[in-house]
Design a protein around this ligand. Structure first.
Ligand SMILES: C[S@@+](CC[C@H](N)C(=O)[O-])C[C@H]1O[C@@H](n2cnc3c(N)ncnc32)[C@H](O)[C@@H]1O
Length: 280
């Protein structure tokens, strides 16, 4: 039977790129590093090095920041809830699921992506995990998304994770996605949502270059890639509107350099932030 798919799918070359960067960073497995990813990483390398020198950060630097902030928060959640269940949506070729299943065998960790990427990921995982569950194969913007929640136990806490996903959609569609997560997860013992987000680069001295690069990404991925928020307060309000009661934005300068935030309107100048939301 052909699977129902929405028109809100961006092409997944970026997942091959990030998948290869995770491998280069030494946190992944060769089975999750594709030839396509290697070629893309080699192509982008000179631009990334230039940006690191002149812009003070690159795509690559933000990948490291977002990935380690998300990992660190997931570890904290597991410490609080040893019976945690995890659903990583738009998992691409990220090593996170594989790593957490190895290190925390007591949690239940499932991954989800569009059919082609889900099949690629599953084939890779089958080479490196002895009992890997199927990677869920579905489109987040179809009714099928509800079925992904049904495989978990509502009496246990659930965390949804997304990384490198939410800037690819226009704001109304993003609201729809976050509302769906809050709604489908409402009967779980507790529901958490961890995600990264690229805010509007208002503080950076080379903001125009970053804007132009984002337009290139939008065109290349045939998506609606955009920046939605300028302040943590805007993010909090947006997530609360979607049904999450507690929302916290974490900026890399707070996380890595312990810079104190003066107020919720303060954008510290980082290119990527992390959001932790819960329905408690
Ligand atoms: C930029 S990649 C990020 C992959 C991974 N999370 C990472 O950080 O390496 C975005 C992922 O979103 C997936 N995706 C895009 N649209 C989707 C949709 N409508 N439903 C499910 N997944 C989608 C793509 O297939 C791709 O794997």
């Amino acid at each position: 039977m052909t699977q129902q798919l929405s028109k809100h799918r961006h092409i997944s070359f970026t997942a091959h790129y990030t998948g290869y960067i995770w491998y280069q960073m030494g946190i992944s497995h060769p089975a999750l590093a594709t030839k396509k990813g290697k070629t893309l990483a080699a192509l982008v390398h000179p631009i990334e090095s230039w940006a690191e020198k002149y812009v003070g950060g690159s795509m690559r630097t933000t990948l490291k920041q977002r990935h380690s902030m998300l990992d660190s928060h997931l570890k904290k959640l597991i410490e609080q809830h040893p019976d945690l269940q995890v659903l990583e949506i738009a998992c691409g070729l990220s090593p996170r699921g594989w790593w957490f299943r190895q290190h925390y065998p007591e949690i239940s960790y499932r991954e989800l992506d569009l059919p082609d990427m889900a099949a690629t990921k599953q084939a890779a995982l089958q080479q490196i995990e002895s009992h890997s569950d199927d990677v869920l194969s579905l489109d987040l913007f179809t009714g099928a998304f509800a079925s992904a929640f049904q495989i978990f136990d509502q009496k246990r806490p659930l965390v949804i994770i997304s990384e490198g996903l939410i800037n690819y959609f226009e704001k109304p569609l993003l609201q729809q996605l976050i509302q769906a997560i809050a709604h489908y997860g409402q009967d779980f013992q507790t529901l958490h949502y961890l995600t990264d987000i690229y805010p509007e680069p208002t503080q950076n001295k080379l903001a125009t270059i970053i804007w132009n690069s984002s337009r290139l990404l939008k065109w290349m991925s045939r998506s609606a890639f955009s920046f939605h928020f300028k302040t943590p307060a805007e993010v909090e309000h947006f997530f609360q509107e979607a049904g999450f009661h507690q929302v916290e934005v974490l900026q890399p300068k707070q996380f890595f350099e312990h810079t104190a935030l003066e107020n919720k309107q303060q954008h510290l100048g980082d290119l990527v932030w992390m959001i932790q939301a819960s329905n408690q």
